[in-house]
Ligand binder design. Structure first.
Ligand SMILES: Nc1ncnc2c1ncn2[C@@H]1O[C@H](COP(=O)(O)OP(=O)(O)OP(=O)(O)O)[C@@H](O)[C@H]1O
Length: 251
């Protein structure tokens, strides 16, 4: 799918500090509808802080974040709830409830966010979401019975069930073997193809960034210093970029 020219995420001059720790120091980024942008940066550079700012879990010190035309900072109550249905957040840990079956885990966001759904509608949505990630057979299992890769897929299904326009993936391949990582990367691309979703993929994994990102945005010293196609960004001789690249293959 070719991304459209409609801007669905517009971040300008975004700053966030915690005391003396200046994490984001003027972040700018525009993302088009249907585009996948992979955000790369070393540990502690502020990638998760950026996602939390985008969904209103943290407040910026300065700058603006427009998502789907809405100023995230001003959203409250019902407006914020509706906004969070349109912007799905897939956590690093998959965040499944261990005491609930896969079916119950998937029902949870539906029942919490959308009132008055019939039993039949809930069942259909759960079955569809599981089918979307190729795990229909796990419906009655418990999270502890699934592999790490399967749990990640269920985490993605649980986000997809609300049919979000924007997907935010936090380290989708963390802790997975290379083959399972490729399956998750493919799933991220399928989500875009099938639902036209716009995605931000936070990752340390260069293969993930290269496979899923139409563009990569490299967070360096609190700013997106380089944003563009993977090969262009990594062709840059800047030592900080080359160190990141080499570091990945040494380890
Ligand atoms: N609520 C908070 N209060 C104080 N400091 C925070 C808070 N949230 C994040 N930080 C600090 O901000 C910095 C950036 O954190 P963040 O979690 O965004 O890093 P990251 O780039 O996602 O790292 P990783 O790749 O390791 O997950 C860290 O030094 C962290 O300790």
């Amino acid at each position: 799918m070719t991304p459209s020219t409609e801007t669905v995420i517009a971040i300008k001059g975004l700053r966030k500090s915690f005391g003396d720790l200046h994490v984001l120091r003027g972040v700018d980024l525009e993302v088009s509808r249907g585009e996948n942008v992979a955000v790369l940066g070393r540990s502690g550079t502020g990638k998760s802080v950026l996602i939390k700012l985008m969904v209103g879990l943290l407040k910026p010190d300065a700058g603006s974040i427009l998502v789907l035309g809405q100023d995230v900072e001003t959203l409250r109550g019902k407006e914020l709830d509706l906004f969070r249905q349109k912007v799905g957040f897939s956590f690093q840990s998959s965040a499944l409830y261990d005491s609930m079956s896969i079916r119950e885990n998937l029902e949870f966001p539906l029942v919490r966010n959308i009132r008055n759904l019939s039993r039949g509608e809930i069942d259909k949505a759960v079955e569809e979401a599981l089918d979307d990630v190729g795990l229909s057979q796990t419906i009655n299992q418990m999270p502890s019975e699934l592999s790490g890769g399967q749990r990640k897929r269920i985490g993605i299904a649980r986000t997809l069930i609300l049919k979000p326009e924007i997907m935010l993936y936090d380290e989708p391949t963390a802790g997975l073997d290379p083959i399972t990582s490729i399956e998750i990367n493919n799933l991220i691309n399928e989500v875009r193809e099938r639902f036209g979703a716009t995605s931000i993929i936070i990752t340390h994994d260069l293969t993930c960034a290269k496979t899923t990102g139409d563009r990569v945005a490299m967070l360096l010293d609190g700013k997106f210093e380089r944003v563009g196609p993977f090969d262009e960004v990594f062709a840059d001789p800047d030592e900080r970029i080359q160190q990141f690249y080499n570091y990945k293959f040494v380890n």
